[in-house]
Design a binder for this molecule. Structure first.
Ligand code: SF4
Length: 335
């Protein structure tokens, strides 16, 4: 719940309002304090505190397993009904990033992705999404600085819960993360991008998992493209509001012999030319039954140079977490 939701709920249920809602948001969302009931505001209202403890649900998941590779930590989070999702803590130079899941499984079926093989098991609630941020904080002992919806699931396929989770993460009584600290990555659900662009909603930064330079290749590796072809996707991206210096992140998983040739780089640059973008090149990660191979390092370098020559800003992403199946496209692979 956001502060406003909580204030309305508390007024309706208990005749208490904004003071206690603000205290609860501060203790739970901001401080991650499991002993919130010992805070002054609640010690002074023991009757209310008892009712809150009875009525509210504070525990939306628990850590079942922790795997580490260097400083990266992958968490398997068990949900109440027995489903498991994964989140990945990625310490970076300036702040720690948390990659979270929005669905158990995914129905988009991208062929290079482990989660896609599971099919959709169910959507997560907003509480289960935000709960992953609590759990990461409890592991780290400090709050994460960036949250990226790039774990299991297509966030825009679980629109209402994801939008509510973004509201809680961005809320100034809550986690208070700035817009540029929350990134939502989509496989290209055009209607969802349009709905997300609503100026009243909190606007996360947008990333799109593109992975192809033309419809033929994209439809082959990402079935969503058969419903939302690249021209439609580009129109939706062009309409997405950006900060003055903002850009859309374009993720491009390089797959050997499929989308990694110089002509693909030229075609991609042409497709992206009307957009303000930053491109992440991600060498394809191994999947358990491995239909696609990682590109040769020279192919990655050549692709990057070619895009740069077309004046496209490119970031090569360091490959982290492969050994614990925590890298891009590998989540859910050993659940
Ligand atoms: S890449 Fe993302 S959208 Fe595609 S199957 Fe995997 S989790 Fe789903």
């Amino acid at each position: 719940m956001t502060f406003d939701d909580l204030a309305a709920e508390m007024a309706a249920r208990y005749g208490k309002g904004r003071y206690h809602a603000a205290a609860l948001c501060r203790e739970i969302h901001r401080n991650g304090n499991p002993d919130w009931h010992r805070a002054d505001a609640f010690r002074a209202s023991p009757g209310l505190t008892r009712r809150l403890m009875r009525d509210l649900d504070f525990q939306t998941g628990q850590i079942l397993r922790k795997q580490t590779e260097g400083d990266l930590v992958k968490l398997a989070v068990g949900l109440r009904d027995g489903e498991t999702v994964e989140s990945v803590i990625i310490p970076m130079a300036a702040r720690t990033t948390l990659c979270i899941s929005s669905q158990a499984g995914c129905r988009m079926g991208c062929r290079f992705c482990e989660t896609g093989r599971m099919g959709l098991r169910r959507n997560l609630t907003a509480g289960e999404i935000v709960g992953q941020v609590y759990l990461a904080r409890s592991v780290l002992g400090y709050p994460v600085g960036n949250v990226v919806f790039m774990g299991m699931g297509e966030p825009l396929d679980n629109f209402a819960s994801v939008r509510q989770a973004v509201r809680v993460l961005a809320g100034d009584h809550g986690f208070n993360l700035a817009r540029r600290r929350i990134t939502l990555s989509t496989a290209g659900l055009v209607d969802g991008i349009r709905r997300l662009a609503d100026p009243d909603g909190p606007l996360p930064r947008l990333a799109v998992s593109l992975n192809a330079s033309n419809d033929r290749i994209r439809s082959r590796i990402m079935p969503v493209n058969r419903v939302h072809p690249m021209a439609d996707l580009r129109r939706a991206l062009l309409a997405y509001p950006l900060d003055p210096k903002g850009a859309i992140f374009v993720e491009y998983v390089l797959i050997k012999g499929v989308n990694d040739r110089p002509e693909h780089a030229d075609e991609l640059a042409d497709f992206l030319s009307p957009l303000r973008v930053k491109v992440n090149l991600i060498p394809c990660n191994p999947r358990s039954d491995h239909p696609f191979g990682p590109p040769a390092p020279e192919a990655v370098e050549g692709f990057r140079e070619r895009l740069t020559r077309h004046k496209i800003f490119v970031r090569g992403r360091a490959v982290k977490g492969r050994n614990v199946m925590a890298a891009c496209g590998q989540l859910g692979g050993n659940l």
